[in-house]
Ligand binder design. Structure first.
Ligand SMILES: [Zn+2]
Ligand SMILES: [Zn+2]
Length: 97
């Protein structure tokens, strides 16, 4: 409120111009730039969150879709189970198919 009334007042620098036509321009431009930057940041954050949620949904879907079997891991690439060997590595479970 104080900002809008003082804009029409004589500038504090003593130039005789109205504040909004003198030093106030800098202030107003700064204010606008800050707001624009804020909008940019906020939309960037929103996009990032949206992307994260979207990716999480994708991961959830993949995990939900994967059949589970003890000691095995589903291979989406091969569309069948892979065994987990003693080294914790994914290996073909050939005898089963
Ligand atoms: Zn001024
Ligand atoms: Zn395989």
């Amino acid at each position: 409120m104080a900002d809008t009334t003082s804009l029409s007042d004589p500038c504090t620098c003593g130039s005789g111009e109205k504040y909004k036509n003198c030093c106030g321009q800098e202030f107003l431009r700064d204010k606008r730039q800050k707001r624009n930057r804020m909008v940019l940041i906020l939309s960037g954050v929103a996009v990032a969150i949206g992307l994260l949620v979207y990716m999480q949904k994708d991961i959830d879907r993949a995990q939900n879709a994967a059949p589970s079997k003890v000691g095995h891991v589903w291979s989406f690439e091969h569309n069948h189970f892979h065994k987990i060997n003693e080294h914790g590595e994914e290996v073909e479970a050939d005898p089963e198919h």
